[in-house]
Design a protein around this ligand. Structure first.
Ligand code: NI
Length: 168
């Protein structure tokens, strides 16, 4: 019942599509969220966006409990960044781009509006790791990958080593 989903890798066109808003907050959506959380845990990820499992929908799951205490899995549906502050640099990776880890500059904190799995509207100010993961996953919903945010020189090095296809 709670089966896992297949990860889509870089080069798959779905990773470059702008995902569609979710309008139905039904049992099927709850099941999709459960499957995504299971898949994220199995793959040792701390975030996963729906396009990464072949669904071009505005849905992401995050669970930073492996690195921050007292956290639990959370789903954000139709998320939108309302405001951002500061700047920080951290090393990022992505389940869809295995073997690539690079430093990425992002705002340190973000205010995000989203809906939960029941369709209730929420606004949350995030900082630290959660802010970083949620920003990375929202990028996925807009067809943006973290390698778009690294230096062209570093990106070319990964292409030369065959970790990123020449047309990514
Ligand atoms: Ni990713």
């Amino acid at each position: 019942m709670n089966s896992t989903m297949k990860i889509r890798y870089i080069g798959d066109p779905i990773l470059r599509k702008k995902a569609e808003p979710i309008t139905e907050f039904d049992q099927k959506l709850k099941h999709t969220v459960e499957q995504m959380v299971t898949t994220m845990h199995l793959e040792d990820g701390i975030g996963l966006a729906a396009p990464q499992v072949g669904l071009s929908k505005r849905l992401l799951v995050v669970d930073i409990s492996p690195i921050v205490k007292n956290e639990k899995p959370q789903a954000c549906i139709n998320p939108e960044i309302l405001d951002s502050e500061g700047e920080c640099v951290e090393e990022e990776g992505c389940l869809s781009i295995p073997d690539v880890m690079e430093m990425v500059v992002r705002p340190e904190s973000v205010t995000v509006a989203y809906q939960n799995v029941e369709g209730e509207k929420k606004v949350e100010k995030l900082s630290g790791w959660k802010a970083r993961v949620v920003q990375h996953e929202i990028d996925h919903l807009n067809g943006i990958l973290f390698i778009d945010r690294i230096s062209p020189l570093k990106r070319q090095m990964h292409i030369n080593k065959g970790r990123i296809p020449a047309t990514y």
